[in-house]
Design a protein around this ligand. Structure first.
Ligand code: NAP
Length: 346
């Protein structure tokens, strides 16, 4: 079987660039189209993009002519890294036209018939897409900070039950897109507000950890309190998490649950699945974004400092790559999961 033609919407942005980069040499997908705003449209990708990745622009992408979101596309799968101000309507229009839209944007994540998926945790939720009123479909991955929180909570919630969570984030500047936060605001500074982020962190994990029942998701039954901060880190969101458990457990037990965790993508060997989805550190001073953000090619959730909490039960530190596992890599893994389940041919 030949490769499936795919497009990247928002291909000039931070997430879009990572998608273009990660799709190079993908075993199942071939990048055929790149799409962005009218500012970029009708120009070769190499000229329209302000390329910020470590590697060169992939040869197959350099000369693609950027299309606008008004244009018809040929690709079966559209990876979306569109700005949230336009993503909602554009993604819906393409899903109506028969495309499978795999989105990083917030707009449709909480729609009742849209799967919000981390394949290691809730791959069964992909079945929701069949009830959408579109010829195609929309599937979504979570907000970048939610990704690492939900991944770390997943195995704990399944085994011990969670009653309450408090999380404080320290989020990298690349999470704000390009050009993002101005250097005057972030250098030597901490900004204790990221618009809309706390609301997403307090709601999205409950959908992801929820149960599929009669064609809808029953959200997980616990409360999350989130405080989100922007810090002067380039890549990698760090989160200090405290948990109240339904079944009390020792920190060592929680650590072994997380370290031993493997999900469905690891079982079936999806191409972008990390071998170890969660890496547990014993060292007191890890994980750190500068040292650990590229573990498992940026697809790992790194967890450390798992210890008793005198207020709740357990506290720990969680960290991961916000534009890879928290965005582009997550979307590609979701598309691989959709394909592996045979939904693309339905
Ligand atoms: N950065 C992260 O860590 C992260 C993580 C998870 C999710 N997300 C989400 O992913 C999405 C993209 O984020 P980002 O950080 O990559 O943002 P970004 O760097 O600002 O990129 C936005 C992209 O959207 C395009 N765009 C903007 N206005 C448009 C319009 N009117 N019509 C068509 N295209 C338009 C831009 O094209 P032009 O270059 O032509 O303007 C650009 O390609 C957002 O919804 C964000 O919330 C981001």
């Amino acid at each position: 079987m030949g490769k499936i033609p795919v497009a990247v919407l928002g291909a000039t942005g931070m997430v879009g660039q990572k998608l273009v980069h990660l799709l190079r040499d993908h075993p199942s997908f071939e990048l055929r189209e790149v799409v962005a705003s009218e500012r970029s449209a009708a120009r070769p990708y190499r000229e329209a993009v302000n390329w910020k990745q470590e590697d060169f622009i992939p040869p197959g992408a350099r000369d693609l002519i950027v299309k606008s979101t008004e244009e018809r596309l040929e690709s079966r799968i559209l990876f979306s890294g569109l700005d949230a101000s336009v993503a909602g309507a554009v993604e819906e229009a393409y899903a109506r036209a028969g495309h499978v839209v795999v989105s990083n944007s917030r707009n449709h994540r909480m729609d009742p018939d849209v799967p919000l998926v981390i394949p290691e945790i809730n791959h069964d939720h992909l079945a929701l897409a069949a009830s959408q009123p579109y010829k195609g479909a929309i599937i979504t991955n979570s907000n970048c900070s939610t990704m690492f929180l939900a991944m770390a909570l997943g195995p704990i919630h399944r085994e011990l039950g969670i009653e309450a969570v408090h999380v404080t984030t320290m989020q990298a500047v690349t999470g704000a897109g390009y050009p993002g936060v101005s250097s005057v605001d972030i250098l030597g500074n901490v900004v204790p507000y990221i618009g809309g982020e706390e609301e997403k962190m307090e709601s999205e994990p409950l959908k992801i950890l929820g149960r599929l029942d009669g064609g809808r998701v029953v959200p997980a039954d616990f409360t999350i309190s989130a405080q989100c901060n922007r810090v002067a880190v380039f890549d990698g969101h760090t989160e200090a998490v405290s948990l109240k458990l339904r079944t009390r457990a020792r920190a060592e037990h929680v650590a072994s649950l997380l370290a031993g965790f493997r999900g469905w993508p690891q079982e079936v060997g999806l191409p972008s699945a990390p071998e170890r989805p969660i890496i547990v550190f014993d060292e007191n001073d890890r994980p750190q974004p500068a040292r650990d953000v590229w573990k498992e090619r940026g697809m790992a959730t790194c967890v450390g400092r798992i210890r008793p909490c005198p207020v709740f039960d357990i506290k720990m530190v969680v960290m991961g790559h916000n534009t890879i596992r928290g965005a582009a890599g997550a979307a590609i893994l979701n598309a691989e999961a959709y394909l592996a389940k045979g939904y693309l041919d339905r």
